[in-house]
Structure formats: C-alpha cells, structure tokens
Design a protein around this ligand. Structure first.
Ligand SMILES: NC(=O)c1ccc[n+]([C@@H]2O[C@H](COP(=O)([O-])OP(=O)(O)OC[C@H]3O[C@@H](n4cnc5c(N)ncnc54)[C@H](O)[C@@H]3O)[C@@H](O)[C@H]2O)c1
Length: 341
C-alpha cells in the first residue's frame, strides 16, 4: 500500500488528482491536507469522506508543528504539493499570502519530509509561469526545462522561489524531489474566478464576460486529467532532482477560448466585454513537453475541442457546485462536512 500526501486536495487540480489516483490505483491511501482557504471546497471531496483509503486533514502547510506531527504519524511514501495561492490577480493585489503559502509552506513540507525520514519522493507542482512569457510573433519559441527563470508576477515569483528551494534541498540534503511545470489547466472543479469557469458562470446568467486587453494573450491549455496522469508517471518513474514540463500542445488566444466557450453554450459573442489589461500581463506561454514524452512516454490525450465541450457540459450540469461557491454557501457546507472527518 502506497501512502500519498496530497496538499491542496480540496482545490481544482488537487481534487482531480485525488479522484484520479483512487480510481486508478487499488493499493493507494491518500491523505489530503488543505487549509480550506477561499479556493478549497470540501464539498468536492464529499463522496470520499469516510472511505478507508482516504483521510482529510484540515491544516495549513505553513503550520510547522501540525505538519511535523502529521508526517511523523503517517510516514508518507510520496508527497505531492499542490497547495498554493494560485490566482495571479490576487497576487498583484496582495503578494504576502503567496509568499507565505507558496514559499514558506513548501519549505515547511520539505523540512517535515526530511526530518521525519520518510518518503521516496517529494513532488512539487509548479507552473510554466516561472519562465516568464514569449513574444506573440515568435511561434517557433517554446519553454524547455532549460529556459531561465524570468518571472513577471508575485505569484510566479513565489512559485519559482519554491522550485529553487526544492532543488536546493535535493542538492544539499539529498531530498528526492521532482518538479513539474505545467501550462493552464481546464476541467471540472475549478474555482469560478478562473477564465473558463468564470466565462461559463457569467454567460449562463447572460452577464457580460470580461476579457483582458484585446484578448490576444496566448495560453497553452492542458486537460486536468492529462495533468494528473503526468504527475502519476513522474512520481512513479521520474528521476530525482529532475524538472518536467507538462503541456497540452493547445495554444489558444484568450479571445478564441472565450468564443469557443460561448459557442458551446449557444450564447452570443455580444456578451464579450474588453476590460483594462492586467499589469505585467504575460503575452504567450508555450510549453515544450518533449522531455516527458521522450523519457516517460507521456502524451496529452485530450483534444482541446473535446475537452472544452466536456468541461462546459460539466459546469452546465453541476450548477449547484459553482453557485454554492458564488453565494458563499460552500464555506458553511465545508464546515458541516468537516464534522464527518
Ligand atoms: N490551475 C492551473 O492552471 C495551474 C497551472 C500551473 C500550475 N498550477 C499549480 O497547481 C497547483 C494547484 O493549482 P489549482 O489551480 O488547483 O489551485 P486552487 O487555488 O484551485 O487550489 C489550491 C488549494 O490549496 C489550498 N491551500 C491554499 N493555501 C494553503 C495552505 N497554506 N495550506 C494548505 N492548503 C492551502 C486551497 O484551500 C485550495 O484547496 C498550484 O500549486 C498551482 O500553482 C496550476
């Protein structure tokens, strides 16, 4: 039985990863640590509460004592650190929580992992945003694992700092770390402040959908399950001390993504409203994931057109999930569910 700590498992990618691992590995136990910040929703994990192979712990990864106690008690084989403050706009308004969770939190987890003498792998979930951006007129350029770190926002800086700390712990203390840097994810369970669920929730209410600048910024979209599969491979077959890029080969201008979503919903493009651009807005992200393909045989399986259709359907069919978030009801619901843990 492999025991895996998933931090941030009540958020978007972490929750998808928890479900993916439990559905695809019979011999795994998942312990999920999440502070249930505004982005954490225990309702997402409700079907798993009380199951033998799943345990939820409400805790903050910056809480050293709580993390040491947990690591000592559980002796994890693998740690996958998703917990983060993840919204760039919020990092521009208030950088400090990003430095606390993303950098200090990662340092606490690394120390707990090292001092408790447990584990064969510490996996840090990072982002392509650590590489900065690429010009729009150079479609031949891609981020590789060798691209220098060149961050733009407090968010990406906090993530890049954590990556460097992981590599330092590998080099200095021999901690068996791997790092993955992925592009923009889409899929079920994403907090409705992020582009795709925000567009869907507003368009369904016939509200204007805000698009930064002229919507020309390009992102590489990765289906969340393709991301989960890549992490599963890396934690089992990746090499200690290595960085792996994960990308979907799905570069799209934001405006095209919005138009695709509106078309899938049968809504008019008149709902689009261009708003003042984000300060320091990165122009283009494009990932070269050939190392992961070459060394571990991973390829993204979901075509953007199929994935986006399925994702739009999920948000249409699960309106209670995101409406409870928009109304704030999910906080009370999560507190109720906590009593079951
Ligand atoms: N969403 C993307 O497209 C994307 C792309 C690249 C990388 N990433 C990275 O993937 C990871 C997960 O992203 P996401 O989109 O699922 O984020 P999210 O905001 O949906 O979820 C983050 C989770 O972390 C929890 N959390 C926050 N601070 C915490 C703390 N101090 N202690 C314990 N838990 C805490 C939150 O409650 C939430 O459940 C992040 O590390 C992010 O940087 C995300």
């Amino acid at each position: 039985m492999e025991k895996i700590l998933v931090t941030g498992g009540a958020g978007f990618i972490g929750s998808n990863f928890v479900y993916y691992m439990l559905e695809n590995h019979g011999d795994v136990k998942i312990v999920c640590v999440d502070s249930l910040s505004y982005a954490g929703n225990l309702v997402t994990l409700e079907p798993l509460l009380g199951k033998e192979n799943f345990r939820f712990v409400k805790a903050d990864i910056t809480d050293r004592e709580a993390m040491y106690t947990l690591f000592e008690a559980e002796k994890f084989d693998v740690v996958v650190n998703f917990a983060a403050e993840s919204h760039v706009d919020r990092s521009i308004d208030s950088p400090e929580p990003f430095l606390m969770t993303n950098f200090i939190g990662t340092s606490v987890l690394l120390d707990a992992f090292r001092k408790c003498g447990c584990g064969r792998r510490f996996h840090q979930v990072s982002t392509d945003e650590v590489y900065g951006d690429l010009p729009l007129d150079r479609p031949d350029l891609f981020f590789t694992e060798e691209t220098p770190i060149h961050t733009s926002s407090p968010y990406s800086t906090s993530k890049a700092s954590a990556d460097l700390l992981c590599l330092a712990y590998h080099r200095t203390y021999g901690v068996p770390v791997t790092i993955s840097r992925c592009s923009n994810n889409y899929g079920r369970f994403q907090y409705p402040e992020k582009l795709i669920p925000l567009m869907i929730s507003r368009a369904l209410n016939d509200e204007k959908v805000p698009v930064y600048g002229e919507g020309l910024n390009v992102r590489d979209w990765l289906h969340v399950l393709d991301h989960c599969k890549a992490i599963d491979l890396i934690i089992h077959e990746g090499k200690n001390g290595e960085i792996y890029n994960i990308g979907g080969h799905n570069e799209r201008a934001n405006i095209d993504v919005v138009k695709t979503v509106l078309a899938a919903l049968g809504k008019s493009e008149d709902l689009i409203e261009f708003v003042t651009d984000r300060p320091g807005h990165d122009l283009r992200y494009a990932i070269d994931a050939s190392k992961l393909e070459r060394e571990l045989g991973w390829v993204p399986e979901t075509k953007f057109e199929d994935g986006i259709k399925e994702t739009v359907e999920w948000y249409v069919n699960n309106q209670k999930w995101w409406k409870d978030i928009l109304s704030g009801e999910y906080v009370k619901m999560s507190e109720e569910l906590l009593k079951k843990t």
